[in-house]
Ligand binder design. Sequence first.
Ligand code: FMN
Length: 353
Amino acid sequence: MDFLDRFGLTVPLVQAPMAGVSTPELASQVSEAGALGSIGVGATDADGAAAMIAAVRARTGGSFNVNFFVHATPRTDAQRETAWLAALAPVFAEFGAEPPAQLRTIYNSFADDPAMVRMLLALRPPIVSFHFGLPDAAVIAALRQAGMFLLATVTSLAEAKRARDCGIDALVAQGIEAGGHRGIFDPDSRDDALGTMALTRLLVRDFELPIIAAGGIMDGAGIAAARALGAVAAQLGTAFIACPESAADDAYRAALISSAAHHSRMTRLISGRPARALANRFTALETQLSGVTPPDYPRAYDAGKALNAAAKASGEAGFGVQWAGQGAPLSRAMPAAKLVAQLRDEFMAAINR
Ligand SMILES: Cc1cc2nc3c(=O)[nH]c(=O)nc-3n(C[C@H](O)[C@H](O)[C@H](O)COP(=O)(O)O)c2cc1C
């Protein structure tokens, strides 16, 4: 059975998991409207994830996807962290604040959190997806054995091979255009920065697995383009940020419809891993902080979030964490169910042209 039929989708559309932005309300509205809704639980613990899964199930009987971060265990490098906090100190000072004395690992990788595996085996959501890497083969086998369908984000052919070889069921081909964190397994490795179109074609040519295209896709024409490339579906993140059901704050929503939407930047400064954000005062620190290496993800994020909080408390919204893809200026603020219906209409119009 193909991917769409298996999960009851009436449009080849996945709403991307977006930790901190997507919500159970958003995911369930999307699933009820015939696409695949997703929740991102990468920044919470097993109890938090269980509560979010229950909240989705309370609102829809449809399929949904639960997404985890599988990054390498962060190194605590005191020298690097001290240098980083010292470099940020003048920026904090502008808002009468000081950087945190020490950085914390604000959440754990799925690979370091056996409670998450136990939670999944107990709750068995229909689809589970992984970002930043892959769990152990034994964990993958156990989740599949329990009936879960597994997705992994990949940004290169090499990552796709690793995902296939350890039993992942379908691949999310994330191009460099994509908003949010780049799923690259090793952020210190050389990144060929493939675009969505080239990556999708390479994976469709070389892999039997279903491929889901992600990055810069904002409308039905984009979904039709992904299908024409051979993808089974398109995964859209930025397109859903402006929905009232997302957790985006007012400044983020305003930025999406401002000129900043035309200038996204890939940066490691905010979290320690490369991620695409709307250009703002935070991404502009790139020059000032060049030569200082950010701490490992997510320890750098502890400082990034503290800086945003300090700036916000002084009325400066320019340090907001505003992840978005290159298609951001095409985003539309409308309820999720309406957006899915509109994307379906546009997709049908595009394939019948
Ligand atoms: C605000 C935001 C948060 C994101 N968080 C996650 C996440 O938690 N897990 C994940 O796998 N991908 C995450 N992504 C990446 C998406 O899965 C997807 O690759 C991306 O949104 C596709 O590009 P687009 O934003 O141009 O549609 C996020 C993207 C955005 C915009």
